[in-house]
Design a protein around this ligand. Structure first.
Ligand code: AKG
Ligand code: FE2
Length: 325
């Protein structure tokens, strides 16, 4: 049997007893969704996953995104990206500096992200100590701790998110050493700036979330530049305050999933080029999580919004990705 062990911190839990290389039952998927809604970050330790199995597991959460950079794809699996600082025969094996500052994946996309699925194959260590942790910040807690006047100022507002903001910032930070190619006009066209509400209601928990991040959020719509910059600056400092943070220290074999709706993350760049890190990654979009049927799957609880729509169509879509058990 599987069970969930909360970290006891502001985010994070471990689920033991689930073998992710085997197809999941609908009940197990619901259990995972509940844990994700409640804890934001879920670790499945000691997994052994072939790329096809990781893709199949990731697809349960939503459609998979093929990264717009089209770089460092797993052979035969364009929806899987390799994150690594390993260089073989002069060629980088993966994106070396993925996510090395606070951001929310895919906030720059019309359809935003729901879940990231990362599988660690190599974890850098020094003196027995794991390095290259992934840091998270809790956007339910950050929202709740906002002063009332700031809550009122952002309620009902949207903000613009731009993919190029983070990509270019990382290119400039690494200078000549960057493994990030300049964005082509075609890539820029594929990912134009988009607007999203700054306050969202989490579809599985019913709780309010602060949806903005220093990586991609560039402007609060409808505000003059100076006012927008000042408010964003306040929000960016507020949302990563230490009391909202949780660090995941990796072990080889960890599958880590996190809820992009209610967390920010930041990959700690505290290891050297000769301390190898290798992670395989899939990105599931928020196409299913906003449906009433997904809330139903995650098991209604007092905080879950009430839905009246018929859950069957999406449950059928979910079922088509699950084994017939
Ligand atoms: O490598 C990591 O720890 C996380 C990188 C990241 O930001 C991501 O996979 O979205
Ligand atoms: Fe990321």
């Amino acid at each position: 049997m599987y069970r969930v062990k909360p970290s006891g911190e502001i985010l994070g839990c471990t689920i033991e007893g689930l073998n992710l290389s085997q197809p999941l039952s609908r009940g197990a998927l619901g259990f995972v969704l509940r844990a994700l809604a409640d804890h934001g970050v879920v670790c499945f330790p000691k997994q052994k996953l072939e790329p096809a199995a990781q893709v199949a597991f990731s697809r349960l959460f939503g459609e998979l995104e093929v990264h717009v950079s089209r770089s460092f794809q797993e052979p035969g699996h364009p929806e899987m990206m390799i994150l690594s600082n390993i260089v073989e025969d002069g060629k980088p094996l993966g994106l070396a500096d993925a996510g090395q500052d606070w951001h929310t994946d895919m906030s720059f996309s019309q359809t935003i992200a729901f879940v990231n699925v990362l599988y660690a194959l190599k974890v850098p260590r020094r003196d027995g100590q794991a390095l290259g942790a992934t840091l998270f910040a809790n956007m339910v807690a950050a929202y709740e701790a906002l002063p009332q006047d700031v809550k009122s100022r952002i309620e009902g507002r949207t903000a613009t998110h731009d993919f190029a903001n983070f990509w270019e910032m990382m290119r400039q930070r690494k200078g000549e050493a960057t493994t990030r190619a300049p964005l082509t006009p075609e890539q820029r066209r594929q990912k134009p700036p988009v607007s999203h509400p700054m306050v969202m209601v989490h579809p599985l928990s019913g709780r309010k979330i602060l949806y903005a991040n220093p990586g991609y959020t560039v402007h609060i719509d409808g505000l003059p530049a100076k006012e927008s910059d000042e408010l964003l600056d306040f929000l960016f400092r507020h949302q990563v305050r230490p009391e909202f943070q949780y660090a995941h220290q990796w072990n080889e074999g960890d599958v880590l999933i996190w809820d992009d709706l209610q967390t920010l993350h930041n990959a700690a760049a505290d290891y050297r080029d000769d301390e190898p890190r290798l992670i395989k990654r899939c990105q599931a979009m928020a196409d299913l999580v906003f449906t009433p049927e997904f809330a139903h799957l995650a098991q209604a609880h007092p905080g879950t919004p009430q839905h009246t729509a018929d859950p069957e169509p999406i449950l059928n879509r979910v079922d088509s990705r699950l084994p017939h058990v």
